[in-house]
Design a protein around this ligand. Structure first.
Ligand SMILES: *Cc1c(COP(=O)(O)O)cnc(C)c1O
Length: 371
């Protein structure tokens, strides 16, 4: 819009400006002690994040993709195994499986929650299936109890991809405390984010925590003695220190995300716009506010003209990504995920948005007349 600043889909500069002093002081403390890789500040954050998630253990790692990879390795998943993964997710959910040599088996999402469809899981289970990797996509918890019941019936693990769901609740239980392991990302723009890359794996069992601690640290418990093939997946000290600061702000951020998300749900009434369903037994954290419209390009151009930036999560479902061509999926295999991929748009939503800006988004949405 002429002369007026665009409202970004997400604007991290507002948080930095508001809390600059705290962030820089935390970073300085790390520099003073040169605790750069792993170390005291990373360990401190691990303890705080475990407490936040209501679990005994959190193992910080260098990003969310590594968290997923470590979770699969800790469960002993590898070549010859299969893991059930939703088709509608960010691709990294599947990478964690593929890195181990196992094969992701994609399952469609439901028509209304856009989360993994429990009714379509059983038909995909084979002798090789070891786990179901559910994703709390857009900050909305997937239907955990139904997924867990299927997993129990077939002797499978349930792992949670919580990269978009820090603080989300399912029947009063927090994301990251539901499954065998919970995998988090702290990529900038996630509900809790590092000043760079970061991730964590949460769990109840010490054996998993110990395994992941060894794996992320070049496969050694005692320095220079390598008992397993390991990885350099440690969380940086600077990231741990920044995350300890932002973890204190997370409850307030989540509250604001929920206020804005609930306002959108209530006040966007345009029949051309479809919103995600949020079942009563869940308390989502509105990481992304995704809608569907007939023509996303037309809607995005319309919003841009009104001074608001929108984008898309995600334009290609996992099963149709070129990287997974070899798995032999075809259009029509996951119709709901495919519909979503070709119709989704993400509206601006972040904690520092003002009520006035949220009102602008709502007004623009309601004024959209389509093509
Ligand atoms: C961001 C994200 C990841 C990957 O996390 P990185 O920290 O970017 O590696 C995995 N799964 C989902 C659902 C995500 O949104």
């Amino acid at each position: 819009m002429e002369g007026k600043k665009m409202l970004k889909r997400i604007d991290l500069t507002r948080d930095y400006r508001r809390h600059k002093k705290e962030y820089l002081a935390a970073m300085e403390a790390v520099c003073e002690e040169t605790a750069f890789s792993g170390g005291k500040f990373a360990d401190q954050f691990d303890r705080e994040f475990a407490a936040f998630c209501g679990v005994p253990y959190a193992a910080g790692v260098n990003n969310g993709t590594s968290a997923l990879h470590c979770a699969m390795l800790a469960l002993g998943i590898g070549a010859g195994d299969e893991v059930i993964v939703p088709a509608n997710t960010y691709i990294a959910t599947a990478w964690g499986v593929t890195y181990t040599g196992a094969v992701p088996v994609f399952v469609d999402c439901t028509e209304d929650t856009w989360e993994i469809d429990p009714d379509k899981i059983e038909e995909k289970i084979t002798d090789k299936t070891k786990a179901i990797l559910g994703v709390h996509l857009y900050g909305q918890p997937f239907e955990f109890n139904k997924v867990k019941a299927i997993a129990d019936k077939h002797g499978l693990f349930v792992v949670e991809d919580c990269a978009q769901a820090h603080g989300a609740e399912y029947e009063g239980r927090l994301a990251g405390s539901l499954g065998e392991l919970g995998c988090f990302s702290f990529y900038p723009g996630k509900n809790l984010y590092a000043f760079g890359e970061g991730g964590s794996v949460t769990c109840f069992k010490k054996e998993y925590y110990d395994a992941i601690t060894t794996l992320k640290n070049q496969g050694c418990e005692v320095r220079y003695y390598h008992d397993v093939v390991g990885y350099n997946y440690r969380l940086e000290g600077l990231q741990g220190a920044v995350l300890s600061v932002s973890l204190k702000f997370l409850p307030e951020w989540t509250k604001r995300r929920r206020e804005i998300g609930r306002r959108y749900l209530k006040e966007i009434t345009n029949p051309r716009i479809t919103m995600q369903a949020h079942p009563e037994n869940t308390n989502p954290v509105f990481h992304l506010f995704v809608i569907t419209v007939e023509d996303p390009a037309d809607f995005i151009a319309y919003m841009e003209q009104k001074g608001m930036e929108c984008n898309r999560h995600y334009p290609v479902p996992c099963h149709l990504q070129k990287a997974y061509e070899d798995l032999g999926y075809e259009k029509g295999d996951c119709p709901n995920a495919e519909y979503l991929a070709s119709h989704c748009v993400t509206l601006p939503l972040f904690p520092e948005m003002t009520e006035e800006e949220a009102g602008m988004v709502i007004e623009a949405c309601n004024g959209y007349e389509g093509r």
